[in-house]
Unconditional design. Structure first.
Length: 483
């Protein structure tokens, strides 16, 4: 009974998290892996960690102090269920099983319910920061019961990243809330990455700068309001030269983006909730388009702009153009985060979680992939107004969007004119214009729906639900509300 926390699953993320835990005062870490070799390797390579190795679930349970607390770090999906089943067999009521993988939040809700029936606590926990974060301090998004947070809180606080003097962990909400928030984090991550990629592409094609020169642009941006981990690593990636060919590495990497599914979940969930996360969706679809190899192959020769604007296009004033792109990126980024927080708000309402949006923005300031200077502005916005319905309406963002607006419009217009895809830039702008519109053509859609399906409409000037007798005398009747 010597360990206060255990880790199951010792691939890179699991071993790094275990090492992080072991390095903090007061923790003794039990480790278990399905194949013995990984456990032996970790324990041998890191004697300083003082791991307590276990080679069966019984041994693992026996090595843990009560309430037993175990973090599962296996590939999300069936493996998680299998480990949970094994742990439930050897754990007792009051013990805590934590899933630190990228689980789909509805799976977490299901698992929490099932495990709770045994009296054992189940916590779905989002962990962000990649391998490095797991080792040195991730951003941690735990869900689960208040009871488990009592034990888990201090342990997680000991390993989380620290930003502005505060640990990047908070009890997000019950059952699946932590994984839900982690899912949206990843959706925002997709948007951030796509926006950066579009900025790079436009700069490269518009100014002819080399990847290494564009790396300097990003490094410069990283000293201003765009300062973030993703901008920082973008400069590093662009600077990388391929050892074999001596070309920029970015020019020899196949241009088909992978995705493990969390972006798609964010969009699917938003669709079910009716939340317009259009920028995040475009970013996710942009990855799909890039990997749509056969379709891209047969489409390659399709005609572009009539005057061949694309191939002849170079901007007159590269520096001014780059600044416009920076502003377009910043504005679009504000939209992506605003959409993400909108989804969290809607998820909280739907699943009955009390999620403190300000606390979420604070734990994303350090450790995670989307960590950025910018999160401080979001935290301030929620500090001023906890229930802010639309993040981008906070005064700071309104000012930033105002400042960026002309450039943003010009960049989107230019990309359309010369035929360079900028889906996330343009959809973010369309979202902004849609939100701020006095009136939308949705009225026409309601008319169409009523025409072909008697779906009814509401009027601006009186209460009630109406239907026009389109195939009759076209008079209007009061109708049952069928949406
Ligand atoms: C994180 C990341 C991480 C995930 C990558 C890969 O927050 O540390 O989100 O959880 O592994 O983002 O995701 P894709 O393979 O879908 O790009």
């Amino acid at each position: 009974n010597s360990a206060n926390i255990g880790v199951v699953g010792l691939a890179v993320m699991g071993s790094n998290l275990a090492r992080n835990l072991a390095s903090r005062e007061g923790n003794t870490v039990a480790v278990y892996n399905r194949s013995r070799a990984k456990t032996d390797e970790l324990v041998t390579e890191h004697p300083e960690a003082g791991f307590v190795p276990a080679f069966s679930y019984e041994e693992f349970a026996a090595s843990l102090q009560k309430p037993r607390t175990a973090v599962i770090m296996v590939k999300a999906g069936r493996a998680t269920d299998a480990v949970i089943e094994s742990l439930v067999e050897v754990f007792e009521p009051g013990d805590i099983i934590v899933d630190g993988g990228n689980a789909l939040f509805t799976d977490t809700i299901r698992r929490e319910k099932a495990v709770r029936e045994t009296g054992i606590n189940f916590v779905g926990m989002g962990v962000s920061g990649g391998e490095e974060g797991a080792l040195r301090g991730p951003s941690i998004m735990p869900g689960g019961s208040d009871e488990s947070w009592v034990t888990l809180g201090p342990i997680l606080t000991s390993i989380a990243a620290v930003a502005e003097g505060e640990p990047c962990v908070t009890h997000v909400g019950h059952n699946g809330a932590g994984h839900f928030v982690k899912m949206v984090h990843n959706g925002i991550e997709y948007a951030d990455m796509q926006l950066i990629a579009e900025a790079y592409d436009l700069i490269r094609r518009g100014t002819g700068k080399t990847p290494a020169q564009i790396a300097d642009v990003f490094a410069e941006w990283n000293r201003g309001e765009l300062e973030s981990y993703l901008i920082e690593i973008t400069a590093e990636v662009l600077r990388q030269v391929d050892a074999d060919t001596q070309k920029p590495l970015v020019d020899v990497i196949l241009d088909q983006a992978g995705a493990k599914g969390t972006g798609a979940w964010t969009v699917q969930t938003a669709l079910s909730l009716g939340v317009p996360v259009s920028g995040i969706a475009e970013a996710t679809f942009a990855r799909s388009l890039s990997s749509h190899a056969e379709q891209r192959e047969v489409s390659r020769g399709l005609p572009g702009p009539a005057d061949d604007a694309q191939s002849n296009w170079t901007v007159e004033d590269p520096e001014a153009f780059i600044e416009k792109i920076r502003l377009a990126l910043y504005a679009s980024k504000i939209v992506a985060y605003s959409q993400g927080f909108d989804e969290i708000r809607a998820g909280a309402a739907e699943y009955d979680w009390k999620i403190d949006l300000g606390a979420v923005s604070k734990i994303w300031r350090g450790g995670c992939i989307i960590r950025a200077q910018f999160l401080n502005r979001i935290a301030e916005a929620y500090d001023t107004e906890t229930e802010l319905p639309v993040l981008l309406t906070a005064p700071y963002f309104v000012e930033a969007l105002q400042r960026a607006q002309a450039a943003w419009r010009e960049v989107v217009a230019t990309s359309a004119r010369v035929g360079i895809p900028a889906p996330a830039f343009s959809s973010s702008l369309a979202y902004y214009d849609g939100l701020r519109a006095d009136r939308l053509p949705a009225a026409l859609i309601q008319g169409q729906r009523d025409f072909f399906g008697a779906h009814t409409y509401k009027r601006i000037d009186k209460d009630g639900t109406f239907h026009t007798l389109w195939s009759g005398d076209r008079s209007e009747i009061e109708a049952e509300d069928t949406h």
